[in-house]
Design a protein around this ligand. Structure first.
Ligand SMILES: Nc1ncnc2c1ncn2[C@@H]1O[C@H](COP(=O)(O)OP(=O)(O)OP(=O)(O)O)[C@@H](O)[C@H]1O
Ligand SMILES: [Mg+2]
Length: 319
């Protein structure tokens, strides 16, 4: 359904370009829940903004292709892109539950959004949003509410209802459960799963929360320093991580029986100046000489697993 090829998204600055997404390739199959994980600042939001061509200056798309059902979104004109946005692909931006318009009722802002992106009349737009409020488990009275009258969990459900109102085939959700309590998180994860299981929506789920990925996604891409370093089924990522960064990320998940808090030594590098060679070599306990000079390519190993690491050079073929 979606194929991203060597995408680069940079932000201009007086110090030079911030290479926040720097050569990402991945593909998402229809009906899949595809997760994107990695620590803060690794480029997750920039990646999905780039895929949906929502990058604003000083950001720009340096190069790459984004094929959605075979059409390159990066070469479409604005009107071609608008036909696809919302009706085929919809987007839940990071923090969007806090950016509902405070002076409009949910009905006003939801119908405005739908009318803007479709040929629906006001009445049909209202019906569409009413139906989706039911899907996300909210009463229709919510239509008359202002955002401040709703809890965080309810606002996030409203955002999801608006996102699915035009029956898109792909929903991209950036940190949709972050900053909510665990009970609300759990119910939102069930809702997102239901969107796929019951309504056939393909979902890209962006989160730094590995526990959320474990519960929801089928396949997981791990990002580090503007690159995807590993892609595998969620099962494989958790039980048999290959990339050293993934191994340390999984080992950092707090466990009740172990009192110590583990982390990854060192700090993430700056997109202004990525380390030469493998970007993780400065923090990697397994680093070899080659890692500081040659950037590892994405390799296909172990029957379909993908990892970009010199440790697997001889057992893998170039992807
Ligand atoms: N508008 C901008 N101008 C300049 N740099 C930016 C801009 N937006 C993001 N960046 C830089 O791009 C890098 C990636 O940011 P991004 O928001 O994509 O990370 P993220 O993985 O989504 O992080 P988080 O988990 O905190 O949401 C960061 O170093 C950030 O400083
Ligand atoms: Mg983000």
């Amino acid at each position: 359904m979606l194929e991203v090829q060597d995408l680069r998204v940079y932000y201009k600055s007086i110090l030079g370009d911030y290479k926040s997404v720097d050569g990402v390739s991945l593909s998402v199959n229809r009906g899949e829940i595809f997760g994107i994980a990695g620590e803060s600042g690794c480029g997750k939001s920039t990646l999905v903004d780039g895929v949906l061509r929502l990058i604003r200056p000083p950001g720009y798309i340096k190069s790459g292709k984004v094929l959605f059902e075979g059409v390159d979104l990066l070469s479409l004109d604005e009107s071609g892109l608008n036909k696809i946005r919302w009706s085929k692909i919809s987007y839940i931006p990071q923090g969007s539950m806090n950016s509902l318009n405070p002076v409009l009722t949910i009905e006003e802002q939801a119908t405005d959004t739908l009318i803007e992106h479709s040929n629906l009349t006001k009445n049909d737009a209202k019906k569409a949003i009413e139906e989706k409020l039911r899907v996300v488990g909210l009463p229709r009275e919510v239509l008359r509410s202002y955002p401040h009258e709703l809890s965080g969990g309810m606002r996030q459900r409203v955002i999801i209802a608006i996102a699915i109102a035009l029956n898109p085939s792909l929903v991209v959700a950036d940190e949709p459960i972050t900053a909510l309590d665990v009970v609300v998180q759990k119910s939102l994860l069930s809702l997102l799963k239901e969107l796929r299981d019951k309504y056939g929506v393909t979902l890209i789920f962006v989160s730094h929360d590995m526990a959320a990925h474990a519960q929801l996604v089928d396949k997981l891409a791990i990002m580090y320093a503007g690159k995807v370093v590993e892609i595998a089924s969620t099962q494989d990522i958790f039980y048999n991580p290959l990339h050293p960064y993934t191994k340390l990320l999984i080992a950092s998940i707090p466990r009740l029986e172990k009192k110590e808090i583990k982390g990854i030594p060192g700090i993430a590098p700056s997109p202004l100046n990525w380390p030469k060679g493998c970007r993780f070599h400065t923090r990697c306990p397994w680093a070899m000489e080659v890692c500081s000079t040659i950037e590892p390519e994405m390799l296909k190993v172990n029957g379909g697993r993908m990892v970009a690491c010199h440790l697997y050079q001889n057992g893998g073929e170039k992807y």
